[in-house]
Design a protein around this ligand. Structure first.
Ligand code: SAM
Length: 276
């Protein structure tokens, strides 16, 4: 989070009604050289000029208005307010992430998890990332952890960036990408570690994860949970499903990633599964 730059306020206070100046966004997210700006509805008539001033002062090439993320592919629907090119390379933790910020999510709130994954991965283990995106979580595992990675991404548009990112980060010898629905992935009993970086419906993919897992494996299981069901969930559901498929589960760790909606949390569990 940043404080509003005095220069932005100075320019816009000459152009906007005074009561609107105090509503100018004080926080924003910068991904590469693209800005995501939350704008109150009152600022609607001035949105393009506001975006232009933020772009000039902060030195970015495009500005998007913050909106929702949704659908199977977790796509963003951010309105373009300034500039035209929303494809950028964002560098974080020594990783180059190329993406189209207007269409593909990249959550600043997930940074801790991206950094953590770089540390848990072990050299030469086989990681299967069932919801790879642009390689959000698995690029750090291949680059820093020297793990071998199979990255599965269903959206053709996101997949293009995943493939480019493998090249950009020079991990093509360790990382392979598949543009398929992970339920159609043919590998069985192969993974030492599985990433399930998805929300809302992740539990529907537990049986598939278990079939990809070796007889003993680690699964990083993300999901969204209503607060009133915590801390029993999401572990209970995972354990129940795993038992139906002949696996025992041990919970090694549980972390909160972020608030997903009012009263709903995005959490990740580190789970050790082993065949009975
Ligand atoms: N795991 C990363 C993270 O936590 O930052 C990225 C999550 S990303 C938003 C989830 C990705 O899973 C999306 O790119 C979406 O297109 C993909 N996806 C959704 N359903 C899928 C499926 N059945 N098979 C493969 N990929 C899928």
């Amino acid at each position: 989070t940043q404080l509003i730059k005095p220069r932005i306020r100075e320019i816009l206070s000459r152009e906007l009604p005074p009561e609107l100046v105090s509503m100018l966004p004080k926080h924003w997210v910068q991904i590469g050289d693209v800005l995501i700006l939350p704008l109150r509805p009152e600022l609607e008539p001035y949105k393009h000029r506001i975006a232009e001033v933020y772009a000039e002062v902060l030195g970015v090439k495009a500005v998007l208005r913050k909106g929702r993320i949704g659908g199977e592919f977790r796509e963003t629907n951010y309105e373009l307010l300034y500039g035209s090119d929303t494809v950028t390379v964002h560098i974080e933790n020594g990783i180059r992430y190329k993406l189209d910020v207007a269409k593909i999510m990249f959550s600043p709130a997930n940074v801790k998890e991206r950094v953590r994954m770089a540390k848990v991965a072990k050299p030469d283990e086989l990681v299967v990332d069932m919801f790879a995106g642009i390689g959000h979580l698995s690029l750090p595992m291949a680059v820093h952890g020297k793990a071998r990675v199979i990255a599965i991404e269903k959206s053709p548009y996101t997949f293009r960036f995943l493939v480019e990112n493998i090249e950009l980060n020079k991990v093509h010898d360790r990382m392979t990408a598949y543009n398929i629905d992970n339920r159609d992935f043919p590998g069985e009993n192969i993974a030492d570690r599985i990433l399930m970086g998805y929300v809302v419906k992740t539990h529907e993919f537990i049986p598939k994860a278990l079939s990809i897992a070796k007889d003993e494996a680690i699964i990083h299981y993300h999901n969204t949970v209503p607060e009133r069901l915590m801390p029993k969930e999401p572990f209970e559901t995972f354990k129940k499903t795993a038992r139906e498929y002949g696996y025992e589960v041990e919970k090694l760790n549980e972390l909160i990633i972020k608030r997903y909606a009012p009263g709903v949390w995005h959490v990740v569990l580190d789970l050790k599964v082993f065949k009975r």
